[in-house]
Design a protein around this ligand. Structure first.
Ligand SMILES: C[S@@+](CC[C@H](N)C(=O)[O-])C[C@H]1O[C@@H](n2cnc3c(N)ncnc32)[C@H](O)[C@@H]1O
Length: 276
């Protein structure tokens, strides 16, 4: 599977942003926005990460695969909390290196494996994992169904997958849809619904929860934190870039508050009547 030029450009931008996200100012902002300090780029809060422990039934015997793992949020946190083994997969190398360093600092390096491959082509044998997570990954890539299919192959038949995804609300006017796409993650649009893609790839939906209200609150905290830390941000980025960043958060928040974008949590299990 080859990445599109736009996906490669996103990977290159993220290489730099995972490094930048480790600066004290960014980590302070992240603590007030999501309640964590792993240098995350998804909208997953600490509360939502803790819910994953129950949703995925994680414990010391679990083999967890976290896709689009960035610099370790929330995969590394889940390993820390439950004692499970975790495999982190992502395209930017910088994020995985930061996760390895954090695991050494937290004394959990023995629980961690990092693999720098695309989630569309997982290089693991069938049935390798009993838990899979991904946080706002599918809205950051084009081949969403290939990821779901790849996950289906590597999950144990009794395993479980939980993921969040941001999507364009159905049945919008053309103008609203365009506005949603402009304010969503780069690959937020999908011709096929997530329910249909899960059906097509052999997954059964156990639960589907709309977490858009919490998403709005998290975005509002992001906007407030950026404004509060404007001066420190200007020592990392130039002042035009900081202004642009604040306007971007405001525009994204408006689009979500206007009902154009939603964020959902899916918990799914393999349909054992169908092989992966
Ligand atoms: C919204 S970020 C989430 C990162 C991290 N899990 C977090 O919560 O901070 C989505 C991640 O998906 C990764 N990603 C995009 N396309 C990918 C692909 N084909 N395979 C693996 N990861 C991919 C991006 O590099 C990015 O790190």
């Amino acid at each position: 599977m080859t990445c599109t030029p736009e996906e490669l450009a996103q990977r290159d931008r993220l290489e730099d942003s995972y490094v930048l996200a480790q600066s004290p100012t960014m980590l302070t902002i992240e603590r007030s926005v999501c309640g964590c300090d792993f240098g995350g780029t998804s909208w997953t809060t600490r509360t939502q990460a803790e819910q994953l422990i129950t949703q995925l039934d994680l414990n010391v015997r679990s083999q967890l695969l976290d896709l689009g793992a960035g610099s370790g949020w929330p995969g590394l946190y889940l390993a820390q909390q439950t004692g499970c083994q975790v495999t982190l997969v992502d395209l930017p190398v910088s994020g995985l290196q930061i996760a390895e360093k954090r695991a050494r600092q937290d004394g959990i390096a023995g629980q961690l494996t990092t693999v720098n491959v695309s989630a569309t082509d997982l290089p693991f044998p069938s049935n390798s994992f009993n838990a899979i997570s991904h946080s706002d990954l599918l809205c950051c890539l084009v081949e969403k169904q290939s990821v779901l299919s790849s996950c289906r192959r590597v999950i144990n038949p009794l395993g479980c997958m939980a993921f969040t995804v941001i999507s364009v609300v159905p049945d919008l006017s053309d103008t609203q849809r365009l506005h949603a796409v402009e304010n969503g993650p780069e690959f937020v649009e999908s011709a096929t619904s997530y329910q249909d893609m899960l059906d097509a790839t052999g997954w059964l939906v156990t639960s589907r929860q709309d977490v858009t209200a919490a998403f709005c609150e998290t975005m509002q905290r992001q906007l407030d934190a950026d404004i509060a830390h404007r001066e420190s941000l200007e020592t990392l980025l130039d002042s035009d870039a900081v202004e642009e960043r604040i306007l971007m958060w405001q525009s994204k928040l408006n689009a979500v508050q206007d009902g154009l974008l939603r964020r959902e949590v899916f918990v799914v299990r393999p349909d054992r009547a169908r092989s992966g």
